[in-house]
Write a protein that binds this ligand. Structure first.
Ligand code: SF4
Ligand code: SF4
Length: 480
């Protein structure tokens, strides 16, 4: 492989294509205990139990590879034990029970002024009448969260919709109330908002800066493609309005962070150009999320599109690696998030906190597994008046544990992926496993390269390297 920090653009494209093709082959499921990576001078191996990554002498890697080729899990287990790489299971079959939520998303406005064809909230109203959350309901949600958290603990409040700024008055009053309560009762409190950007104004910029919001603006690419995918309800383009509205927020960003989130459909697969554009505009980070499930299938990614997506994601990843090796910040949220998870050795039985530490609250105060399940029977877990329905919640968590999912139980990526977004899996099944595993394979390789060539990037002395957008797992990007 040529030196990453001196790659001309045409080579980068060839390299990302070659790496994508290699990853697609190497990432195929062959063992539920290990995953092998040919990477630089020494082969590497992921031990699935505990998500540990090791450099191996080539002869030992060849022995593991041989056992894997024979599909001999008993031999692989024996080799792990012989080399001191075995350990008791880090994750057992027991689901989480009666967890206390520490994060709520409030569907503060179940309405929207845009008409995006792919919207999971069906243009903002979740298939029902348009409505706003009342301040009473928002305050009840905040009180409920505070009551369930010990003093000194951390809670998060996310405002989503629809378009949350369609109910600005309640959003602000709830924020002020929550901040005052957190100060009085000694809680740490984080705020976030996901907005379409069309209603933002200068005053919002001051407000979000004052309260240190993590602001995510949905943008699907440059003007032409964004306007096609995210028009106003009357069909007019929204790009110019959003860019103008976002400028005052991008200028502040001392306490607040403003990130761009791109929903990837077959029409906007030029990810490297989009990433460069939004990083150049000053977004704190930029993340991509493939559309796998739309209400009428409009804009969904099929298997061929996911092959293209992988190549584009790897191209972005190579650009990230090049910039990082030159000491230049390049906030590609998907890879930053994956590297962070890999460095921590994260292993998890769920893809995200949905239904456990994280719940969605509808405008009417119903509790659901997450923001995507608002007003959907299958994700319903209670309401703010009667509280969580513990039997429903525990059943949800038992049914969603990765050990109960097929084919996840035997997949080498299961503790990094967690089994895929519940909402997408329940609606469409698992349509992106090859993509997820291939992306993880690349991310593991990138982790190996960067830790060899630039170990300081992972040291505790460089917290700026770890700034990232919250996301559920190292597998698929956040679907929030
Ligand atoms: S959803 Fe994730 S864990 Fe399950 S089979 Fe697919 S890649 Fe593997
Ligand atoms: S990954 Fe899916 S299930 Fe989990 S919080 Fe996001 S949308 Fe909800």
């Amino acid at each position: 492989m040529p030196a990453l920090n001196s790659l001309p653009a045409s080579n980068a494209q060839e390299m990302s294509r070659a790496l994508a093709q290699q990853a697609a082959i190497a990432a195929r499921p062959r063992s539920c205990q290990i995953h092998l990576l040919a990477n630089g001078p020494e082969p590497q191996m992921l031990v699935v139990n505990g998500s540990q990554l090791y450099h191996l002498p080539p002869e030992l890697a060849a022995r593991f590879d041989g056992a894997r080729a024979q599909r001999d899990e008993t031999l692989i287990g024996a080799l792990l034990a012989e080399n001191g790489l075995d350990a008791p299971p880090a994750i057992d079959d027991l689901p989480i029970r009666d967890p206390l939520p520490h994060a709520f998303s409030l569907a503060i406005a179940q309405k929207c002024n845009l008409g995006c064809g792919y919207c999971y909230a069906q243009q903002g109203d979740f298939g029902g009448p348009s409505k706003n959350m009342s301040l009473d309901t928002a305050i009840r949600a905040v009180d409920w969260l505070l009551k369930k958290t010990s003093p000194g603990g951390k809670i998060n409040l996310a405002f989503l919709g629809g378009e949350p700024l369609a109910n600005r008055k309640v959003l602000r009053a709830a924020t002020e109330y929550a901040a005052a309560q957190a100060t009085a009762k000694n809680f740490k409190l984080g705020f976030s908002i996901t907005t379409n950007g069309t209603l933002l104004n200068e005053d919002d910029a001051d407000f979000f800066e004052t309260y240190g919001f993590a602001v995510t603006v949905s943008l699907d690419g440059t003007r032409k493609i964004h306007d096609l995918l995210r028009p106003f309800k009357n069909g007019a383009g929204s790009f110019d309005r959003i860019i103008a509205n976002t400028a005052p927020l991008l200028k502040r960003q001392k306490c607040m962070q403003v990130s761009a989130r791109v929903t990837v459909t077959p029409s906007n697969l030029d990810l490297p150009a989009t990433l460069d554009t939004f990083i150049g505009m000053g977004f704190h980070s930029v993340g991509f999320s493939p559309l796998l499930n739309a209400p009428d299938s409009q804009g969904e990614m099929d298997a061929a599109h996911l092959v293209e997506l992988l190549e584009a994601m790897i191209a972005c990843g190579l650009a990230f690696e090049q910039h990082t090796l030159r000491g230049v910040r390049y906030p590609f949220a998907n890879l930053l998030g994956a590297l962070r998870e890999l460095h921590r050795g994260t292993h998890r039985p769920y893809p995200c906190g949905a239904g456990a530490g994280y719940l969605g609250v509808s405008a009417d105060g119903a509790l659901s597994a997450c923001h995507r399940f608002v007003d959907a029977e299958e994700g319903k877990l209670g309401d703010l008046v009667l509280g969580i329905d513990a039997s429903r919640q525990n059943r949800w968590l038992a049914e969603r544990h990765v050990h109960t999912q097929e084919p996840c139980r035997h997949c080498w990526a299961r503790y990094l992926c967690g089994g895929g977004c519940h909402h997408e899996v329940l609606a469409r099944g698992r349509t992106a496993c090859d993509y997820i595993r291939s992306w993880l394979h690349y991310a593991l390789q990138a982790y190996g390269r960067l830790s060899r060539l630039h170990p300081a990037f992972f040291s505790d002395n460089e917290p700026a390297s770890w700034e990232w957008a919250p996301r559920p797992s190292a597998g698929l990007p956040e679907n929030s």
